[in-house]
Unconditional design. Structure first.
Ligand code: SF4
Ligand code: SF4
Length: 343
């Protein structure tokens, strides 16, 4: 939610935006237009990365205002393919795969079926798995410029999770955790179970199985998902996890505050050319290469798809985070680090 009363019209949100090129004066003017509900190119050009929520020194959540205006004005043009994909996500057949009693429940929603070999091994043995459209959180609709759909479906999503009876639910997808700990609270919905982020689950698993851990001694570049902007406090847990498994997270321009969109959100926009999107993908990967990373690590399965082969081509082995942990546990990765085997 945008906090109008906190905004000093300093323009920092738009000045620091990696994708829009405004001078300080222009940034102040354009943000004022957003507040006043006047037309501005920001609603068409903003790629919905939500980074400006972190850039704002007053924690006013400027992206939330931009996103609202994108919806009100209809100036954010999503591709038909992206709209179909999001509509289909909530209609995917659902199932609860019962695990062993006393073991946790994990929400995989719809994001793991396209990455073979990811939900395997001792990290997932005996867990109750929630899959399908009933467990889709709708958070991704912000990237289609339609935040109202997130709000309208929040209670239904929460109710479906409540029906499972789980007291704690691990969120495999970063969006799911952002929805349950940030958006749901903003909408005034209470939840009787505890959401656990997959990073926290992995950190605790590694601590409890420390005797099995082989330090990987690996330099990695991390691809931070856009949803992490809403729950940035867990970044410290991620650093702790990396240290526990012997991984060095290389400091680079496009991580933490400077993280870039993986380009999945950009691909959902009608007005961006393929060349423009490709340029941003390669900036990201070459930044990772330049700092000496040996691997590229993904948290979000949707970030994997546009970047894994490009990273591999530049000599960076792609891994989804849980697979990196499995490697440290001495497990064999049957479908490679990120759901694809390369020759
Ligand atoms: S959400 Fe991202 S692209 Fe949009 S204005 Fe904010 S920083 Fe820029
Ligand atoms: S939203 Fe924040 S960064 Fe943007 S103009 Fe207002 S105070 Fe400045």
């Amino acid at each position: 939610m945008f906090h109008h009363e906190k905004c000093t019209l300093c323009g920092e949100c738009l000045i620091q935006c990696p994708y829009l090129a405004f001078s300080e004066e222009q940034a102040k003017e354009e943000f004022k237009k957003l507040i006043d509900g006047e037309p501005t190119s920001v609603t068409t050009e903003c790629i919905t990365c939500a980074a400006c929520n972190m850039f704002c020194p007053e924690t006013a959540n400027p992206f939330d205002l931009i996103n609202e205006r994108q919806e009100e004005t209809g100036t954010f043009q999503a591709t038909n393919q992206a709209l179909e994909m999001f509509n289909m996500a909530s209609m995917m057949p659902s199932e609860v795969i019962k695990g062993e009693s006393g073991k946790p429940t994990i929400n995989l929603c719809t994001v793991t079926d396209f990455l073979p070999g990811v939900i395997e091994g001792q990290l997932f043995d005996g867990l109750t798995l929630l899959k399908g459209g009933d467990y889709f959180c709708y958070f991704g609709w912000i990237h289609i410029g339609k935040p109202r759909i997130v709000k309208e479906n929040a209670q239904k999503f929460v109710d479906n999770l409540i029906k499972t009876g789980a007291e704690e639910i691990i969120c495999f997808h970063d969006d799911c955790y952002a929805m349950l700990t940030n958006k749901v609270r903003e909408f005034g919905i209470s939840i009787p179970f505890k959401p656990i982020h997959i990073i926290e689950y992995l950190r605790d698993f590694v601590k409890n199985h420390n005797d099995q851990i082989r330090k990987l001694n690996l330099k990695i570049a991390y691809q931070q998902p856009c949803a992490s902007r809403f729950t940035f406090e867990k970044d410290n847990i991620l650093d702790e996890l990396f240290e526990l498994i012997g991984v060095e997270r290389m400091e680079r321009k496009y991580d933490r505050m400077g993280a870039l969109c993986c380009t999945s959100a950009m691909s959902a926009m009608q007005n961006l050319s393929r060349d423009y999107i490709e340029e941003w993908r390669m900036k990201n990967i070459l930044d990772a290469k330049e700092v000496g990373a040996q691997a590229m690590v993904f948290l979000c399965p949707l970030c994997v798809l546009p970047l894994r082969s490009r990273a591999k081509a530049q000599g960076l082995e792609p891994y989804i985070l849980s697979n990196l942990v499995r490697l440290a546990l001495g497990e064999k990765l049957t479908c490679g680090g990120a759901g694809k085997i390369y020759d």
